[in-house]
Ligand binder design. Structure first.
Ligand code: MN
Length: 489
C-alpha cells in the first residue's frame, strides 16, 4: 500500500524594523547584552499601552502582495492567552479571526508547482530562554535565564495549504520563501539565528497531522520530514495509530522526538485586543495596497527570467546567481561596467568569464573568509577590470586567481597589483611583435626547420621569445603570432 504524504507549513519570520512591534524599544537581533532593549510596554507592566508599528504592518503587506495575496479591508489584533516564562504579559498579541493578508500562492522554481498560501498575520515574538547558562539559585539548583531583548519583536506568520507532497518540495518552498523575504528586505531570515522558523505539519493519506519544530537549517528540514514520513509509514503498516503531537528535530540523533501533545486553538481563549485599534490598510495612505504594489521590487522569479534573456544564461546559472541577492547584484554591476569596455560582439565571452570567476573564485573566497558581500574590498568596477584583463590575455588564469585573492585580502586595483607583483602577461600582439621579429632574425635555421615541418623548432622559438620577454608573454598568443609571421616571410 502506498502512502501519500501531505505537508503544510507554518512559518515565523522576525521582521527587520527599527523598533519593536508595540513600543519604541530597539529591535536589534545582534544585541548580546541581555535585557537592555526593554521598556515597561514590552515587559508587560500594568497600565502601559501598546502602539502599532506601521513599518511592521507594511512589511507584512508587501510580502502578501508579492505572493499575490489579498490585503484585508479590516484587520485586528487579538490576545492569545497562555503562560510561559518568556512571555511577560501572560498573552501574546497576535491575529486570529482577521489577519492582514488572506490567500496567495508561490510557485516552486524546480517544478513549477503552485503552493497556496492560507494567510499571513502579524504578532509579537517572545523572550529567549537560556538553559544551562551556569546560573544557580539560593539552594544551588541550576536555573534557566530569560533574555527579554527579543520580547515584542515583530513576527510575521505565514500559513500554507497542505499542498506540498515531499521533503524535497518542502525544502524548495522554504528556500524560495526565504529569498522573497530577503528580496523584499523585510527580514534577514537567517534560520540559524532563529529569524526564520519553520514548522511543518506532516500527515499520510490525509490522516492525523504531526507538527515538526526545532528545525535550524534547510537540510535539517528535509531530513526531519523524510524521517517523519518513514516513522508514520511504519506505524500505519503495523496497524498502529499516529498521534496528534508536536515533535522536535534532534540533529544529533537525526530523528524526531516527542515534545508535547498538541493543544487546540480554543485552549488559547483568543479575544480581541482592547488596547489597539483595528488596521484598515485601504484607508491609510502609507499602507494603501495599490501604492505598496507599485513599490514592490523585482522578485526572484522575475529576475531569474530576466537574467536568462538579458545575459543569455542557462536556467541553472541564472538560478544560482539569483539564489543570493548580493551575488546577483554584484554580477549585474560587473556586467554593466564591462559593457562600457567590450564591444557587443565580445559580450558573450565577457559575461562568461565574469560568471565563471564570480561564482567559482570570488564566491569561494567570500565563503572561505566568511565575509559579507557589503564589506568586500573588491567592488564590481575592480572586478570587471580583472575580467577584462583575463579576456585580453594580459594576465594568465593562474595569475588572475592570485590577483583576486590579493584584491579580497588587501583591496586594490587589479592592474596595479599585476604590475607591482610582476604578474602581468603580455597578451597584446602589437607589444609582442618586436620581440618575435628579433628572435626570428636571430634564429634563421629554426625558422627554416619549422617551415619544413619540424614542430620542435616552433617550441624552441616560443622558448626564445619567453626568454626575451622574461616570461611575461602569453605562450598561446606567441604561438599564433609566430605561425602568422612565419607564413608571411
Ligand atoms: Mn505564531
Amino acid at each position: 500500500m502506498e502512502y501519500q504524504p501531505t505537508i503544510g507549513f507554518e512559518i515565523h519570520a522576525e521582521l527587520k524594523t527599527r523598533t519593536k512591534m508595540f513600543c519604541d524599544s530597539p529591535n536589534d537581533p545582534l544585541e548580546n547584552h541581555p535585557n537592555i532593549n526593554v521598556c515597561p510596554v514590552c515587559m508587560g507592566h500594568p497600565g502601559t499601552l501598546p502602539v502599532i508599528n506601521k513599518e511592521a504592518v507594511k512589511k507584512v503587506l508587501l510580502t502578501g502582495l508579492a505572493l499575490g495575496g489579498k490585503v484585508s479591508q479590516y484587520s485586528r489584533f487579538e490576545r492569545k492567552n497562555y503562560f510561559y516564562p518568556d512571555l511577560p504579559k501572560g498573552y501574546q498579541i497576535s491575529q486570529y479571526q482577521h489577519p492582514l493578508v488572506l490567500g496567495g500562492e508561490m510557485t516552486l522554481p524546480s517544478s513549477g508547482k503552485k503552493i497556496r498560501i492560507t494567510r499571513i498575520h502579524l504578532e509579537e515574538d517572545t523572550g529567549r530562554l537560556v538553559h544551562d547558562a551556569g546560573g544557580f539559585d539560593a539552594r544551588s539548583e541550576r536555573v534557566s535565564l530569560v533574555d527579554f531583548n527579543r520580547a515584542g519583536v515583530p513576527l510575521m506568520e505565514l500559513v500554507t495549504q497542505p499542498d506540498i507532497s515531499s521533503a524535497e518540495e518542502a525544502g524548495d518552498f522554504a528556500e524560495e520563501f526565504r529569498l522573497v523575504l530577503r528580496y523584499l528586505n523585510v527580514s534577514e531570515a537567517d534560520m540559524e539565528k532563529g529569524q526564520l522558523r519553520l514548522e511543518a505539519n506532516v500527515s499520510l493519506n490525509m490522516g492525523t497531522k504531526v507538527e515538526l519544530k526545532n528545525i535550524n537549517s534547510f537540510s535539517a528540514l528535509r531530513r526531519a520530514i523524510e524521517y517523519e514520513i518513514k516513522r508514520q509509514e511504519k506505524l500505519l503498516k503495523a496497524g498502529k495509530i499516529v498521534c496528534h503531537e508536536t515533535r522536535g528535530w534532534d540533529d544529533n540523533g537525526q530523528r524526531t522526538v516527542l515534545q508535547r501533545s498538541k493543544e487546540e486553538s480554543h485552549d488559547y481563549r483568543y479575544f480581541p485586543e482592547p488596547d489597539l485599534p483595528p488596521v484598515k490598510p485601504y484607508e491609510d495612505e502609507e499602507l494603501n495596497p495599490e501604492k505598496l504594489k507599485s513599490e514592490l521590487p523585482e522578485l526572484p522569479w522575475q529576475k531569474r527570467l530576466r537574467f536568462i534573456k538579458e545575459y543569455n544564461l542557462r536556467p541553472e546559472e541564472s538560478a544560482m546567481l539569483i539564489s543570493d541577492k548580493n551575488l546577483s547584484d554584484f554580477f549585474e554591476k560587473t556586467i554593466s561596467e564591462l559593457l562600457e569596455w567590450v564591444s557587443s560582439k565580445n559580450k558573450a565571452r565577457a559575461v562568461g568569464t565574469a560568471l565563471n570567476y564570480l561564482t567559482s573564485d570570488l564566491q569561494g573566497l567570500v565563503k572561505e573568509k566568511e565575509l559579507n558581500w557589503d564589506e568586500l574590498l573588491v567592488n564590481p568596477e575592480n572586478f570587471a577590470e580583472l575580467v577584462k584583463m583575463i579576456n585580453e590575455n594580459s594576465v594568465s588564469s593562474r595569475a588572475a586567481k592570485d590577483i583576486l585573492r590579493i584584491m579580497v585580502e588587501e583591496g586594490g586595483d587589479p592592474s596595479e597589483i599585476a604590475q607591482s607583483r610582476g604578474l602581468k602577461q603580455i597578451g597584446d600582439e602589437s607589444q609582442l611583435e618586436n620581440s618575435v621579429k628579433k628572435v626570428l632574425e636571430e634564429n634563421p635555421k629554426a625558422v627554416a626547420d619549422f617551415k619544413k615541418g619540424k614542430l620542435q623548432s616552433l617550441q624552441f622559438l616560443i622558448g626564445q621569445i619567453m626568454r626575451e620577454t622574461k616570461g611575461a608573454a602569453n605562450p598561446e598568443v606567441i604561438r599564433s603570432l609566430l605561425t602568422k609571421i612565419i607564413e608571411r616571410v
